[in-house]
Design a protein around this ligand. Structure first.
Ligand SMILES: Cc1cc2nc3c(=O)[nH]c(=O)nc-3n(C[C@H](O)[C@H](O)[C@H](O)COP(=O)(O)O)c2cc1C
Length: 156
């Protein structure tokens, strides 16, 4: 299985840690979004996309990259993110825009992973930041576990 992970990690390098943990399991090529333009997506069986959450959504450049791709019928993708607050089901549905952008292009989303990441945005900066030390070892172990699940072909 040939996999690629395209990510943006602009604030603290939090998402880069998660991207590396997943890439190691999948033996995936790892590209930052700035270097991913021109990547021929058709060459990959699995595409992972992730970033920190900035003002409620994935990185704008990552979203723009996906929106500029041609339609891909049923190619497999997965999403990941790190954020100050937890990804929610009703509020803070941070993965939603990227998920929609991918499904509109015909991708099949086979997994989503989110964890908390250290942030020093105001007003948390005044308190020494939020989620210090995260993603931590247990977050990265969860990311590794998530990636192992992606390797297994889904039944049906
Ligand atoms: C400009 C900016 C906006 C952010 N907006 C949010 C947000 O809306 N919700 C949230 O939970 N975290 C938010 N965060 C925190 C980041 O999502 C968190 O620190 C993340 O782990 C950063 O990932 P990175 O280090 O890979 O860039 C924001 C951080 C920055 C710098």
């Amino acid at each position: 299985m040939k996999a690629v992970i395209i990510y943006a990690s602009r604030h603290q390098g939090n998402t880069a840690k998660v991207a590396r943990a997943i890439a190691e399991v999948l033996n995936a090529e790892l590209l930052t979004v700035d270097t991913a333009h021109g990547t021929v997506i058709d060459e990959y069986d699995l595409i992972g996309l992730g970033s920190g959450i900035y003002w409620g959504r994935h990185d704008e450049e990552l979203l723009a990259l996906v929106r500029a791709w041609p339609a891909h019928s049923n190619r497999k993708a997965f999403i990941f993110s790190t954020s100050g607050l937890a990804e929610g089901r009703i509020f803070n549905r941070y993965n939603r825009r990227l998920r929609n952008a991918l499904t509109e292009k015909g991708f099949m989303i086979i997994g989503e992973f989110s964890c908390r990441g250290y942030e020093t945005v105001w007003p948390f900066k005044l308190l020494g930041g939020l989620n210090k030390g995260r993603p931590n070892e247990s977050d990265l172990a969860a990311a590794t576990q998530f990636a192992r699940g992606l390797r297994v072909p889904k039944a049906g």
